[in-house]
Design a protein around this ligand. Structure first.
Ligand code: DMJ
Length: 622
């Protein structure tokens, strides 16, 4: 029954008398022919007309350009499809003509004129984006990115240095590849058991090695690895965790690592993540004095201090090592709160009396009073002093308060803590309520580099004197390595009981791939170009290769005085962030991350100097 209705022009009364089967077959055949002719015509029209992609998008995706034209054209009401096609073709022709004219026009312009036009268009885009509220997807203000000089270096001229630098890159590759293979996404790698490792310093935040290594990968031009790390950060780095973290560790490794990755690469994702994490850390400052807690639950915003810290105190090296990162967070977010928080720490410190001009390691965040009078330039104190000096340098030498605090503190350290052993080794002891403990930590060895870095700005003609002090500390720390079986330095060494620069207690004999001694060699090399610093660095490389390298990465050792290494099975994230970076820079030319443009945070993450010139700081916080 439905056949005649379906085939109105082929089903004639005559055909009704023919055999029904043969009649239907013919009809089907004709129908097929008509259909295929129609489809061929349609496809021909779509694919063979000029600029078919535009037509396709008009057909399938409702291209707004085509729609607008057909809807608002003068004869849109009564035009058929042929009329539309003509108009589309005419438009395509017009576009092509315009493009040709534009190209001809451009070819006639002088290169300066072309450059000017490009700049004008760029400025226009910038203005437009400011007009849209100046915000990006994450409510951050627009920041025009300028890469500071020396983000990557070049091959050193002499062959030996070139080979040594290449060797460090090879070490970085082994450390990174092993982490990627056995522990990808975990905080750190266990290189002997070949699995992931996490310390509770980061709560359940993941990927410490990835974030810590980003800038080292970049400066060593390991871009494939850098990109993989970036993708991981984009997709997996998550701060929405219900866990307690160390504010200091998360700041120096994660915030610092992300900031450096942003400044080196210009990739917005790093700025976004750094600011997001910075905001999560702000509740740590909710104390009566504004001196932050050491530990913070990132979800609840509840903070507390280490249970072992004297009288519930916060630790000098922890609350005093936020300044550099927080100043940059304010610059990049336009939020002055970060800068205000760290400036307030200075205010609290400056109101307090200091015993002999020294800063005790413990300060109670509720009462604002010092805890135990224990002073150290190593653990618990170290990077506080470092950040006073670097805050001044990073401010383009405008932060006079930071400068004064640093040089005053250094004078107090020299008077009260710095001593010479009977054989003439200079060391920095620890001070406990007026009594000296003649011990120097591996951590304290960073002070050689710090003093060298600050020597240039030292008051009252002390530059030469401070350079000598720095060189002396470098020598002592080198001795602490040279006097071991493995030629790697112990965690702490003593100058009492008839020994010098040697660890006497079993629990001070370990080496966990720390950077401080190599850091000092790097600074001393830059300031003196004395070849011994490169030689000492190379000795450390050989020891690392011989005793710390294992098939699955690099491991710390439990006793540097034992003839064979007993591995601790941890590849610390700071090995990639600091130790290998400082080694690479030791064998690079001085224009790679030059000191007049970059300042290293305490985890060796380079941060650019914030220029006095207002034009370089569009989001400067007053
Ligand atoms: C790093 O995390 C930082 O350098 C910090 O300031 C102290 N120590 C470790 C590496 O030893």
């Amino acid at each position: 029954m439905p056949v005649p209705t379906l085939l109105p022009f082929t089903a004639t009364p005559n055909r009704k008398s023919a055999s029904p089967t043969s009649f239907r077959l013919t009809e089907k055949f004709i129908l097929l022919l008509v259909f295929s002719a129609f489809i061929t015509l349609c496809f021909g029209a779509i694919f063979f007309l000029p600029d078919s992609s535009k037509l396709l998008s008009g057909v399938f995706f409702h291209s707004s350009a085509v729609e607008t034209n057909t809807r608002t054209g003068p004869d849109s009401g009564d035009s058929g499809s042929a009329g539309n096609e003509d108009r589309v073709l005419a438009k395509i022709r017009k576009d092509h003509e315009n493009a040709l004219l534009e190209a001809k026009d451009t070819l006639q312009k002088r290169p300066e004129q072309i450059q000017q036009d490009i700049k004008k268009e760029k400025d226009q885009l910038v203005e437009e984006s400011k007009g849209q509220g100046g915000k990006d997807g994450n409510n951050l203000p627009f920041v025009e990115y300028h890469r500071p000089p020396g983000a990557t270096g070049h091959e050193p001229l002499d062959a030996e240095t070139r080979d040594r630098r290449a060797k460090i890159k090879e070490m970085m590759k082994h450390a990174w590849d092993s982490y990627r293979r056995y522990a990808w996404g975990s905080n750190e790698l266990r290189p002997v058991s070949k699995q992931g490792h996490s310390s509770n310093l980061f709560g359940s935040i993941k990927g410490a090695t990835i974030v810590d290594a980003l800038d080292s990968l970049y400066i060593m031009e390991m871009f494939e690895e850098f990109d993989a790390a970036k993708v991981w950060v984009e997709k997996n780095l998550d701060f929405n965790v219900n866990a307690e973290v160390s504010v200091f560790e998360v700041n120096i490794r994660f915030v610092g690592g992300l900031l450096s990755a942003y400044y080196l690469s210009g990739e917005e994702v790093f700025r976004r993540k750094a600011v997001e994490l910075g905001e999560k850390l702000l509740p740590a400052f909710k104390t009566p004095t504004g001196i932050p807690w050491a530990l913070l639950n990132l979800k609840s915003g509840i903070g507390r201090n280490w249970p072992w810290a004297s009288g519930g105190s916060s630790i000098l090296a922890e609350y005093g090592t936020l300044h550099l990162e927080f100043m940059h967070l304010s610059k990049l977010s336009g939020n002055p709160e970060f800068a205000q928080k760290v400036m307030n720490i200075r205010k609290v410190l400056n109101r307090l009396d200091k015993p002999q001009g020294l800063y005790p390691n413990y300060l109670n965040p509720n009462s604002g009073q010092w805890g135990q009078h224990h002073v150290s330039v190593g653990g618990l104190g170290d990077s506080f002093y470092e950040y006073l000096l670097k805050a001044w340098l990073m401010s383009d030498k405008t932060d006079d308060e930071g400068k004064k605090m640093y040089y005053d503190a250094l004078q107090a350290i020299e008077t009260n803590l710095m001593r010479k052993s009977s054989s003439g080794l200079t060391y920095i002891a620890e001070w406990k309520g007026g009594l000296l403990e003649h011990k120097m930590g591996h951590l304290t060895c960073f002070a050689g580099g710090m003093i060298a870095l600050g020597a240039d700005g030292a008051p009252s003609d002390k530059t030469g004197h401070q350079m000598e002090q720095a060189a002396e500390i470098a020598r002592t720390c080198h001795e602490s390595y040279a006097r071991t079986a493995l030629k790697l330095g112990p965690e702490a060494f003593r100058f009492d009981g008839g020994v010098e620069a040697i660890a006497t207690r079993q629990n001070e004999k370990y080496f966990i791939l720390r950077p401080e001694v190599i850091e000092t060699y790097m600074y001393m090399w830059r300031f003196t170009h004395d070849p011994k610093y490169r030689e000492w660095g190379w000795e450390a490389v050989q020891a690392l290769e011989q005793h710390c390298k294992v098939e699955g990465g690099y491991s710390g050792v439990r006793d540097v005085y034992a003839s064979t290494p007993n591995h601790d099975d941890v590849q610390q994230s700071f090995y990639l962030a600091e130790t290998l970076k400082y080694l690479y820079l030791l064998f690079s030319d001085d224009d790679h991350l030059p000191f007049d443009h970059w300042v290293f945070n305490t985890e060796a993450h380079p941060l650019p100097v914030i220029r006095k010139d207002k034009t370089d700081r569009p989001n400067e916080v007053e």
